[in-house]
Write a protein that binds this ligand. Structure first.
Ligand code: EPU
Length: 419
C-alpha cells in the first residue's frame, strides 16, 4: 500500500489551483440517471470517489467517456439497472445518491444499506422518510432497502429531523418528476445542494429555495439534457489555506469563489492569518503567532465538519488553548490519537476536544483513518520537525486531487512511496 512521506519545516509559498468539488460532482453524476440523456460534466476532479460513481453509473447501464482532462460525457439513455450493490455502497457510501434519481426515473430502487463508517453511524432514515412521505413503500431485507414507488410519487411536505446534505439531495432528485409540489423543511443549505438544484433546473426542473432551509420542488413531466461545470472544492481550498498557515507560509488559491469559504476564512483570520480575497482567488499569509480559537462544527453556513480535523492540526501549534466541538458526526476525532503521537496536547471529552498549543510537533509514522483525518495528519507533518510517513494513503486519494504534486509545487518536501 502506498505511503506519503513528508519532511516538515518548509514554509509553503506559491499559487495553487483549486479543483472541482467532489461533493458537488458525485450528486451531479447521479442526477444524470433521472432522465435518459447526454450530459457533459466539466471541472470534474480526478479522484477515487469519482471513479467509483462512474463505475456505478456504468453498472446501471450508462455510458461514460472521458472527453478531455476533467471532462466527461455521460449518456444515460440506455440505463436500466436500479440496484446499488453492497460492493458499491461499502466502497463509497455516497453511492446512496442514486436512490433519488432511480426513484425519479423508474419508480423503484434497491440500495444496500450503508453500515457505520470510520466517522460515525450515518444512517439514511431521513432519505427514506422523505420518500415514504411521497408515497413510496419501503422494505428492508437482507441488508438492502427496496423502495417501491411504482404507483407514482406524489409531492409532499417533508420536515427533516436532522439537517442532512445527501438526504436533501436524494429527496430533491426523487421529487423533480413527482406529481405536485414537494416542500422540504429544515433543509441542508450547503453550496453543493445549491449546485445540484441549479443542474436539475438546467435540465428543466422547477426548484426554488435551495440554499435556504425551505426548498420547493414543483414536479414536471419531463426533463432534458444539459451541460455543467462543477463548482470549486471549498474543503480542498480550506486545506491548502491551513497548509500555508501551519508552515508559516504565504499561499494564493485560484479558481475558488471566496464567498463559498467565508466560514473558513473567518476562522483563519481569528487565528491571526492575513487573508485577502479577489474575484476568484484568495491570498493567505500565516501569522507570526497562531492565536487559539474555538470551533463549533455545524451545517452550512457554520464551520464545516469536513475542515475540523485540518484546523485542529493548526491549533496544536497555537499560543494557548482552543476548544473544538464536533456536532455533526459522533466519531470524528480519529486524528487526535495520531496528532498526540506527534507531540500535540489534546484531551477529548465526548464531542469536545481541548487543544493546548505546543512549541513544536515532531514527525512520526502515522496511520490515516478517513479522508479528512488523513489531511490533518499531512498538514501536521508539513509543520513538524523531521520525517512523517502516513500509511493507508488511499483515504487521501478519495478527496484530494494530485495532493503531493500540488503541495510540492508550493515547496513542500513530500513524496509518495509505492508499496
Ligand atoms: N443523518 C441521520 N439520518 C439520515 C442522514 C443523516 O441521522 O438519514 C445524520 C448523520 O449520521 C450525521 C448527520 O446527520 O450525523 C449529517 O450527515 P449528512 O447526511 O449531512 O452527511 P452526508 O450527506 O452523508 C455529506 C458529505 C460529507 C460531509 C457531510 C456533512 C457527501 C458525499 N458527503 O455527507 O463529506 O461530512 O455531508 O457536511 O456530500 C467528506 O467529504 O469527507 C465527507 C464526509
Amino acid at each position: 500500500m502506498d505511503k506519503i512521506e513528508i519532511v516538515g519545516g518548509t514554509p509553503l509559498r506559491g499559487t495553487v489551483h483549486i479543483s472541482g468539488a467532489k461533493n458537488a460532482a458525485l450528486p451531479i453524476f447521479a442526477a444524470t440517471l433521472i432522465n435518459g440523456g447526454q450530459y457533459t460534466l466539466s471541472n470534474v476532479p480526478d479522484l477515487k470517489d469519482i471513479t467509483t460513481i462512474i463505475h456505478l453509473l456504468v453498472e446501471l447501464g450508462a455510458k461514460v467517456e472521458k472527453t478531455a482532462p476533467g471532462q466527461y460525457l455521460v449518456d444515460t439513455r440506455d440505463a436500466g439497472g436500479f440496484e446499488a450493490t453492497y460492493d458499491m455502497v461499502k466502497t463509497m457510501r455516497a453511492s446512496c445518491l442514486v436512490l433519488g434519481p432511480l426513484m425519479g426515473r423508474f419508480g423503484r430502487a434497491k440500495i444496500s444499506l450503508p453500515g457505520g463508517c470510520a466517522i460515525g453511524e450515518r444512517p439514511i432514515d431521513q432519505h427514506l422518510k422523505g420518500l415514504a412521505a411521497m408515497g413510496a413503500r419501503i422494505n428492508l431485507e437482507h441488508g438492502y432497502v427496496e423502495v417501491d414507488g411504482s404507483n407514482g410519487l406524489v409531492g409532499a411536505r417533508i420536515t427533516m429531523d436532522i439537517v442532512t446534505v445527501t438526504g436533501v439531495m436524494n429527496i430533491m432528485m426523487a421529487a423533480v418528476l413527482a406529481k405536485g409540489t414537494t416542500v422540504i423543511e429544515n433543509a441542508a443549505r450547503e453550496p453543493e445542494v445549491v449546485a445540484l438544484a441549479s443542474f436539475l433546473n438546467a435540465m428543466g426542473a422547477k426548484i426554488t429555495g435551495a440554499g435556504s432551509p425551505e426548498v420547493f420542488i414543483e414536479g414536471v413531466s419531463r426533463l432534458g439534457s444539459t451541460d455543467v461545470t462543477i463548482i470549486p472544492d471549498r474543503i480542498e481550498a480550506g486545506t491548502y489555506m491551513v497548509a500555508g498557515a501551519i508552515t508559516g507560509g504565504e499561499v494564493e488559491l485560484t479558481g475558488i469563489r471566496p464567498a463559498l469559504i467565508a466560514n473558513i476564512t473567518d476562522k483563519l483570520r481569528e487565528c491571526g492569518c492575513q487573508i485577502r480575497e479577489n474575484g476568484d482567488g484568495v491570498w493567505l499569509k500565516a501569522p507570526n503567532v497562531i492565536k487559539p480559537v474555538n470551533v463549533n462544527t455545524s451545517p452550512f453556513p457554520g464551520f464545516p465538519t469536513d475542515m475540523q480535523a485540518q484546523i485542529m492540526a493548526l491549533l496544536t501549534l497555537a499560543q494557548g488553548a482552543s476548544v473544538v466541538v464536533e456536532n455533526i458526526f459522533e466519531n470524528r476525532f480519529m486524528h487526535v490519537a495520531e496528532l498526540r503521537r506527534m507531540g500535540a496536547d489534546i484531551t477529548v471529552v465526548g464531542n469536545t476536544a481541548t487543544i493546548r498549543g505546543v512549541q513544536k510537533l515532531s514527525g512520526a509514522p502515522l496511520m490515516a483513518t478517513d479522508l479528512r483525518a488523513s489531511a490533518s495528519l499531512a498538514l501536521a507533518g508539513l509543520a513538524a520537525e523531521g520525517q512523517t510517513s502516513i500509511s493507508r494513503v488511499y483515504h487521501l486519494d478519495r478527496g484530494y486531487e494530485r495532493i503531493e504534486e500540488k503541495m510540492r509545487a508550493l515547496g513542500a518536501n513530500i513524496r509518495r512511496v509505492k508499496g
